[in-house]
Design a protein around this ligand. Structure first.
Ligand SMILES: C[S@@+](CC[C@H](N)C(=O)[O-])C[C@H]1O[C@@H](n2cnc3c(N)ncnc32)[C@H](O)[C@@H]1O
Length: 199
């Protein structure tokens, strides 16, 4: 198990999503490049390419939309429990993001993460919700035999150590090991990113 731990000190504006005029060389981007917040970019940079991306509790959906636009991933799933958020996101996607004939690569799901019925493969990201919510989602997916992601990236609002300890110690998640742990400074607050990989 390899672990790295570092501090990236930068201000983060979560709500910022700025379309850049020029494409950046990072994989194969289609259309104008999107500038994510540093926090979202940090997560995006760690996604395993050639795999699906599940963005649970997606809200604004920036991560998933960027994943789609990058062309680096086989499929992108945007999941949020609030139906209005998902319908707004879907509307934005079809207005601004859809590439010819590639709508099948994106799925919008208005469900609580814990109620999903599809097997989760590839990259699973749960960011910006409480540690208890994250644990509930993971537990329920596991109970239903749906948690098969190669990599799980978690960014709880707080109680990161609690979440890390429970996942690391629980037999339920015995096939997952902590692979990396990062710290980000976000609006003066230290946030931890936990990355688990499946054996
Ligand atoms: C603060 S936003 C986080 C957005 C994004 N993931 C981020 O980190 O910037 C929290 C979102 O999680 C959604 N949410 C909360 N609990 C959820 C659950 N159990 N399943 C799915 N979505 C959930 C809320 O509806 C809200 O849109």
């Amino acid at each position: 198990m390899s672990q790295s731990f570092y501090l990236s000190a930068f201000a983060v504006n979560d709500d910022s999503l700025v379309a850049c005029a020029q494409n950046q060389v990072h994989g194969s981007y289609f259309g104008p490049m999107i500038k994510l917040s540093n926090r979202m970019q940090h997560i995006f940079d760690r996604l395993l390419p050639g795999q699906p991306v599940w963005d649970l509790c997606c809200d604004h959906g920036y991560l998933g939309l960027q994943a789609y636009r990058s062309g680096l991933f086989t499929q992108v799933f945007l999941v949020d429990k609030v139906p209005e958020i998902i319908s707004e996101l879907e509307h934005r996607f079809y207005s601004n993001y859809l590439k010819d004939g590639q709508s099948a690569q994106v799925k919008f799901i208005a469900l609580p993460g814990e109620d999903l019925v599809d097997e989760i493969q590839g990259n699973l990201v749960i960011a910006g919700v409480g540690a208890h919510t994250i644990l509930k989602i993971l537990m329920n997916l596991r109970k239903k035999g749906l948690l098969s992601a190669k990599q799980v990236i978690l960014l709880p609002q707080r109680q990161e150590q609690w979440l890390e300890d429970i996942i690391s110690a629980s037999e339920t998640f015995g096939d997952y090991n902590l692979f990396e742990k990062h710290e980000l400074l976000e609006r003066g607050r230290l946030r931890k990113v936990l990355i688990f990989r499946r054996n």
